[in-house]
Design a protein around this ligand. Structure first.
Ligand SMILES: Cc1cc2nc3c(=O)[nH]c(=O)nc-3n(C[C@H](O)[C@H](O)[C@H](O)COP(=O)(O)OP(=O)(O)OC[C@H]3O[C@@H](n4cnc5c(N)ncnc54)[C@H](O)[C@@H]3O)c2cc1C
Length: 386
């Protein structure tokens, strides 16, 4: 059996490896010049390892994902705290008691006690929980976090007012009820010592996997009348697509909305870098949503004299070369996506998974998990139908 996997990111590469282990002959076609998708990293001309499409740290609670990934690299435990720059000072992220005390010095302790009374037993609440509470003190605390971070950050990130976005987008910012040094709560938090690209190369290094880079798979196939139409003379028994679903169907129902990123990179003296891996900037006077100082990542030296700081500037997709980084979740875009999904379901032997193809925010571990699920589904269903 032969599978075509479109996209060599977390989802496509994991599916390719799993299918090859099941005995399939797998062809991975990737539009970019490299594997790894958005987790791709490389060294710059001065040897600093950086993430070309924005900073990535790995974390998961999914044991099966960790067991799958861990043989492909050497790993080092990595946990980090991040910060947010508000009104001329930096505060810990994610929101936690120290953040609230910095932003509401007079009311924070009373608000934290009221939160614990109201939601005893929980380790976090969301800003939306606070905003919809009966107690005016809780609403005031929620409003402060919303006004100085959630609202301006989301406006900058998505180019939309918070009311135009789905609540699940804004609710991603929790307030933890205990101070914490780690940005993330997950059990497994490790980084590959040689970087993510080396991890992907090792994952795809299998005698039954062929990799073709710098190639747009939509030149190999198209969809017409609910069927796959082969364009190059080569055919496969099953296809897993991990790119944007609207493009697969030539935007037939209209384009889905995405945001792109531009990057502002500069090498600076170590003392001019950041106090932590990443600093968030919700306020409109700063052009970036976030800046990252790469000396803190494994593979670089925190003691080096110079470091690389890269800012992320979100914007609309305008030029053909703009990459879709983030799906924009609104009630309208979700409904449009659903219509594309129905078109997909009607095409035999065609599968779609991953962050772009499923039109949602996945972290790396979830995208790997979706790749493994897709491989299992393809193997189970296509073997039966052959
Ligand atoms: C700025 C940023 C920071 C992030 N930070 C983190 C983090 O710290 N931790 C974390 O867990 N997750 C993070 N993520 C999320 C992480 O990037 C994704 O979960 C993961 O990359 C998704 O993998 P994927 O395979 O679904 O998609 P992608 O990585 O987007 O891979 C899809 C691939 O398909 C290729 N492709 C598309 N169409 C075609 C075509 N027609 N022909 C050939 N190839 C095609 C694309 O070129 C791409 O390489 C971050 C994302 C961004 C944007």
């Amino acid at each position: 059996m032969k599978a075509l996997i479109i996209g060599a990111g977390c989802c496509g590469a994991s599916a390719a490896r799993r299918l090859a282990e099941y005995g399939w002959q797998v062809t991975v076609v990737e539009r970019r010049s490299h594997v790894g998708g958005n987790a791709f990293d490389q060294r710059n001309e001065n040897g600093i390892l950086y993430h070309v499409y924005g900073p990535h740290v790995f974390f998961t609670d999914q044991e099966r994902v960790w067991n799958f990934l861990s043989p492909f690299a050497q790993w080092v435990p990595f946990r980090c705290g991040l910060r947010v720059w508000i009104e001329g000072e930096s505060h810990p992220m994610p929101f936690q008691p120290a953040t609230l005390r910095g932003l509401l010095p007079n009311e924070a302790d009373a608000a934290l006690a009221a939160i614990k009374r109201r939601w005893g037993g929980r380790d976090r609440v969301t800003v939306l929980d606070l905003l919809s509470a009966d107690d005016p003190l809780l609403r005031m605390a929620g409003q402060r976090l919303y006004d100085c971070d959630c609202a301006p950050y989301n406006q900058k990130q998505w180019g939309l007012r918070p009311e135009e976005l789905l609540p699940e987008v804004i609710a991603r910012a929790p307030l933890y009820l205990e101070d914490r040094l780690d940005f993330r709560p997950e059990r497994f938090q490790f980084m590959p010592t040689e970087g993510f690209t080396a991890l992907f190369r090792s994952m795809l290094d299998h005698p039954r996997i062929e990799i073709v880079t710098n190639a747009d798979a939509l030149e190999l196939l198209g969809i017409s009348d609910g069927k796959i139409v082969w364009k190059s003379g080569r055919e496969w028994d099953a296809v897993l697509y991990t790119g944007p679903l609207d493009r697969l169907f030539s935007d037939r129902l209209g384009p889905l909305p995405y945001r792109t990123l531009r990057f502002d990179a500069r090498e600076v003296r170590a003392q001019d870098g950041l106090p932590c891996l990443s600093m968030y900037y919700p306020e409109p006077e700063f052009p970036w949503t976030r800046q990252t100082d790469y000396r803190y990542l494994p593979g670089n030296s925190p003691e080096a004299d110079r470091t690389l700081v890269i800012g992320e500037l979100p914007g609309p997709l305008e030029r053909p070369e703009d990459e879709p980084y983030y799906v924009v979740l609104t009630a309208h875009s979700k409904a449009l996506y659903q219509s594309y999904r129905e078109m997909l379901a009607a095409v035999p032997h065609l599968y779609a998974a991953g962050r772009l193809a499923e039109f949602r925010y996945y972290n790396m571990d979830e995208a790997v998990g979706r790749g493994l699920d897709a491989a299992e589904e393809i193997h189970r269903r296509e073997r039966k139908s052959s």
